[in-house]
Design a binder for this molecule. Structure first.
Ligand code: ADP
Ligand code: GLC
Length: 494
C-alpha cells in the first residue's frame, strides 16, 4: 500500500494521558495508535502544559524553537506517548501554556482572553515541524483537530504554497469556534492577502474554526450523522453555509474507542473483572459503587449514572429538572452523577443529592478511575444531548454492559439502536432513544429502560448486544487513510 510510509502529523491541543478535558483527548490518542497499526508513521504535536511535560520529560530530547511572534526561548520537547509509544512533540512556550491556568477557559469558565495568541503560536510551531524546518524530517499530511489547530492549514499555505503538506481538518465540535477580535489578528503573525480575509472573518471577528474549514484540503466530522447535521442551521452554529459549500470534501467518520482501556475484563480500577460471557463481576462493581457513595446496597435497585461535562450540550439542565420525578416514580431508583462544568449546575446537583440521601450522589469532579467504576457499576447511562458530534461515553458504557438512554443526534444516533421487541429479536437493539429534549422526553426514555431492566432475561440480552458492538478504531483508521489519500490527490491535481 502506497500510504504505508506516509508521515502524518496529528495536531491536537489535548491528547490522553498527557492532557484531557473531553473526548478529543481520547479520540486523538487512540486514532494515532490505530494509524500506526495500519502502517503510518504518526507523530503528535501538542502544547507543553505542565502536566504533559512531566509525563515525557525524563526520556525526551530538547531543541530550541525559532522566535514565534516575538516570543523568544521557546523549546520543542520530543518524546514518546507513555502508553502507545507514538512520538510526540510538545511546544514549550512557558508564558502561554504553563501559567497554571486551565487549558482553554479562565476561572469563571469563559474562553481565555489570550487564546488567539496561544493557539496561533501553536500553529506556527506545528508548521515548523510539518515543513521539516526543525531537526526532523517534514510530514506528508497534517491532521488538524478543532479550532485550536484551525490556523495550521492557512499558515502552511502562506509559508509553502503548493509545496505544503496536504491538510485534513477534523470537526469534533462546531460549537467552539475560536473567535479572535479583528484588532488582535495583526499580532498573530498570519499575513493575509485582502481577498483572504473574508475566508477567516466571522461577524466582524476572525474565527480559527472558519480558517480551518476554509483552508484544509479535506474535512472530516466525527460521525456520519454529524457530517449531515452540520449542513443545517440547527447544528451548524452559523458555519452551515461553509460546510454545504465544501460537502464534496467532507467525510463523516465515527470515532472508535480504545478497547484495551475501556474494558470490563482489563480495567485496573473496578471491583471485579467481568465479560460478556459472565456478568457476575458486574454485581460486585455495583455493590462497591453503592457502598462507597452511601447508596442503599440493593442489588435490584436500578442505578442510573451521568458521566460528563455539566453543560447545555449534554442537557445537564434538563436532567436536573427531570430527576425529582425520576426518584418519585419508584422508591428504589438510584442515581450517581460524575462531572463538572457550569458552576450553578454543580451547586444545584449537590443540593439535590442532599435531598435524596441513600439514593443519589453528586461527584463534582472527574477522574478516570471513578468513570470506570461507574461505567461498570451502573445499570443505565443517561446521555441526553442537544447535539453530540460523536460521544464516546455511550460506547464506553456499552462495553461495560451499562445501557445508554440517548437522544438520537450525531454519533449517539449512529451508535445506539433503540430497543423494541423487534429490534431485539433481530439482535440490533443496544439501548434506548428519546426524541424530545425536555424533562418529559427524557423521563419517557428512562421509563422504557427501567421497565426492561425489571425483566432480567431481556435486559441481559440487551447487555450482551451492547457489549459486543465493534467500536474499535480499526475500521475508522482505514477510513482516515482514505481521506489522507484524497487530500494528497487533490493537492497533486492542484
Ligand atoms: P465530550 O468530548 O463532548 O465531553 P465525549 O463523550 O466524546 O464527550 O468524551 C467524554 C470523555 O471525557 C470521556 O472519556 C469521559 O469519561 C471524559 N469526561 C467526562 N466528563 C469529564 C470532565 N468533566 N472532565 C474531563 N473529562 C471528562
Ligand atoms: C467533542 C464532542 C464529542 C466527541 C469528541 C471526540 O468533544 O463533543 O461528541 O465525541 O469531541 O471527537
Amino acid at each position: 500500500m502506497t500510504s504505508s510510509r506516509l508521515r502524518v502529523l496529528i495536531a491536537a491541543t489535548e491528547i490522553y494521558p498527557l492532557a484531557k478535558t473531553g473526548g478529543l483527548a481520547d479520540a486523538a490518542a487512540a486514532l494515532g495508535a490505530a494509524l500506526v497499526e495500519i502502517g503510518f508513521d504518526v507523530h503528535f504535536v501538542m502544547p507543553a502544559y505542565a502536566q504533559a511535560l512531566e509525563q515525557i520529560w525524563a526520556d525526551g530530547s530538547l531543541q530550541p524553537l525559532p522566535n514565534i511572534n516575538g516570543l523568544e526561548g521557546g523549546m520543542l520537547l520530543s518524546g514518546k506517548m507513555p502508553d502507545s509509544g507514538v512520538p510526540v512533540h510538545l511546544v514549550d512556550l512557558p508564558t502561554l501554556y504553563r501559567d497554571g491556568g486551565e487549558l482553554y477557559v479562565d476561572a469563571s469558565g469563559q474562553a481565555r482572553g489570550d487564546n488567539p495568541q496561544r493557539f496561533a503560536a501553536f500553529a506556527h510551531a506545528a508548521c515548523e515541524l510539518a515543513l521539516g524546518d526543525l531537526e526532523l524530517p517534514g510530514f506528508d499530511i497534517v491532521h488538524c483537530n478543532d479550532w485550536q489547530a484551525g490556523l495550521i492549514p492557512l499558515l502552511l499555505q502562506i509559508r509553502a504554497g503548493a509545496e505544503a503538506p496536504a491538510t485534513v481538518f477534523t470537526i469534533h465540535n462546531m460549537a467552539f469556534q475560536g473567535q479572535c477580535p479583528a484588532e488582535q489578528w495583526g499580532e498573530l503573525g498570519v499575513p493575509l492577502r485582502p481577498e483572504q480575509w473574508p475566508r477567516v472573518e466571522y461577524y466582524g471577528q476572525a474565527s480559527f474554526l472558519k480558517a480551518g474549514l476554509e483552508f484544509a484540503d479535506q474535512l472530516t466530522a466525527v460521525s456520519p450523522r454529524y457530517a449531515e447535521e452540520i449542513q443545517t442551521s440547527e447544528f451548524g452554529f452559523g458555519m452551515e453555509g461553509i460546510i454545504q459549500a465544501r460537502r464534496e470534501s467532507l467525510t463523516g467518520i465515527l470515532n472508535g474507542i480504545d478497547v484495551s482501556i475501556w474494558s470490563p475484563e482489563r480495567s485496573p480500577w473496578i471491583a471485579a473483572p467481568y465479560s460478556v460471557n459472565s456478568l457476575t463481576g458486574k454485581a460486585r462493581c455495583k455493590q462497591q459503587v453503592q457502598q462507597e457513595l452511601g447508596l442503599e446496597t440493593d442489588p435490584s435497585a436500578p442505578l442510573m449514572t451521568f458521566i460528563g461535562r455539566l453543560t447545555w450540550q449534554k442537557m445537564a439542565d434538563v436532567l436536573l429538572e427531570a430527576l425529582p420525578r425520576y426518584f418519585e416514580a419508584e422508591p428504589d431508583r438510584q442515581f450517581v452523577l460524575l462531572g463538572n462544568g457550569d458552576r450553578a449546575l454543580e451547586a444545584r446537583y449537590l443540593a439535590l443529592a442532599a435531598t435524596y440521601p441513600g439514593r443519589m450522589a453528586a461527584l463534582i469532579d472527574y477522574t478516570e478511575e471513578r468513570a470506570h467504576q461507574l461505567h461498570a457499576g451502573a445499570d443505565i447511562l443517561i446521555h441526553g444531548s442537544r447535539f453530540e458530534p460523536c460521544g464516546l461515553t455511550q460506547m464506553y458504557s456499552m462495553r461495560f454492559g451499562t445501557i445508554p438512554v440517548v437522544r438520537p443526534v450525531g454519533g449517539l444516533a449512529d451508535t445506539v439502536l433503540d430497543y423494541s421487541p423487534e429490534s431485539q429479536a433481530s439482535g440490533l437493539a443496544s439501548g434506548f432513544q428519546f426524541e424530545d429534549p425536555s424533562p418529559e422526553g427524557m423521563l419517557e426514555g428512562i421509563q422504557r429502560a427501567i421497565e426492561l431492566y425489571r425483566q432480567p432475561e431481556s435486559w441481559l440480552a440487551l447487555q450482551r448486544t451492547a457489549m459486543t458492538q465493534d467500536h474499535s478504531w480499526s475500521a475508522s483508521a482505514r477510513a482516515y487513510a482514505g481521506v489522507y489519500e484524497r487530500a494528497r490527490a487533490g493537492r497533486a491535481g492542484g
